[in-house]
Write a protein that binds this ligand. Structure first.
Ligand SMILES: [Zn+2]
Length: 147
């Protein structure tokens, strides 16, 4: 969803988290109910932020159709059934060829381009920066925490 945040409530209950010090993704969680409110990656270019629609109340425009299914190499069968939606599947973005194929999808390229108009309010990245340094969990890469 586009990263224009015009109002923030509950700032005192938000924490920014990274899985590891060198982690590429920052997530903001609610410390009261542990909902994930959003995440950012440098790839998002401050144009969009990631939202998990079933993890918090979201009044944003979530009508964009699914364009790609990413990081299926991190999706063990124990999580649940594999996605059946008709969208290109990417197991990883390890190889430049995968990144090129991902960005050849117009909706993906459009979402991850730098903003073309001024931000209304602040971006999710700016909100995270205003919350202070991230809590780094130092989780072991690749370790399955559910088993
Ligand atoms: Zn909450």
């Amino acid at each position: 969803m586009r990263s224009d945040i015009t109002d923030v409530k509950g700032r005192d209950k938000m924490v920014v988290v990274k899985l590891r010090e060198d982690g590429a993704v920052r997530r903001v969680y609610c410390t009261n109910c542990y909902s994930i409110l959003g995440h950012v990656h440098a790839l998002f270019n401050n144009n969009v932020f990631g939202s998990f629609v079933e993890h918090c109340v979201n009044s944003g425009d979530l009508t964009a159709p699914l364009s790609a299914i990413l990081f299926m190499n991190d999706y063990p069968e124990s999580i649940g059934p594999i996605p059946v939606e008709n969208a290109p599947v990417f197991h990883s973005l390890r190889f430049p060829q995968e990144v090129d194929r991902l960005f050849s999808i117009a909706a993906v390229a459009n979402s991850f381009k730098p903003p073309t108009e001024p931000t209304k309010g602040i971006t999710m990245g700016a909100l995270m920066e205003s919350l202070g340094p991230p809590l780094v969990l130092n989780l072991e890469k690749g370790k399955d925490l559910l088993s």
